[in-house]
Ligand binder design. Sequence first.
Ligand code: SAM
Length: 224
Amino acid sequence: MSAPAAAWVEDPFADAVRAGRGPLWLRGEDGARIFLDVERWCAPAAGGDQGLLLRCVRLGAPVVDLGCGPGRLVAALLARGVPALGVDVTGAAVDRTRHLGGPALCRSVFDRLPAEGRWGGALLADGNVGIGGDPGLLLRRAAELLAPAGVLLVEVEPQEVDERLTVRVEGADGRLGPAFAWARCGAGAVTRRAAAAGLVEAERWSSHGRRFLALRKGSPAARA
Ligand SMILES: C[S@@+](CC[C@H](N)C(=O)[O-])C[C@H]1O[C@@H](n2cnc3c(N)ncnc32)[C@H](O)[C@@H]1O
């Protein structure tokens, strides 16, 4: 099940993306806040992004960025000669991606997408494994998009957490968007669900305080 249409779209996230600045948080029902680094997402790819980009270049195949936000990774992939498409439900994010010269679709990752089953790579960066609030379902959806030897690159939490939450986006003025389902997963929580999605761990790495997994589609053809 995808997030309700209004979540992200008609809330402080869209305003922050338009302005290119935060601060912004996800506010949980228990009052705890998770910082959303919208300024980094609106800036050119840097730091820990480089490892993601390098692995995409090595794939030598088109990459779909699931929940691309303002599109820094799509733009950086294109600049490195990797065909890429961004997908995001937030119109303001899609507009920014296109402004950077990147193709992007204003659509949910759970909607019908181009080239399903043919993407060489897919990205779930910046905590996007939380999209929809059901990481198992999202991993299965990502696997469905990949070609038989495709690779899903996932950014995980630095800590070993496994949480399903109801959150709202909160802006600097305290304004809250609508509630929606979200999840936070460390490497263990993702790899535990990967097999059921037909994905096997190929690599894990850390960079600039961020942690990542590469999951390869585990079909017999891909392992051969
Ligand atoms: C945590 S932010 C990550 C931002 C992004 N990776 C970037 O570079 O800016 C989550 C992003 O996922 C998008 N999103 C949330 N639910 C989505 C869905 N079902 N399908 C596509 N995008 C979604 C939001 O609009 C937002 O841009």
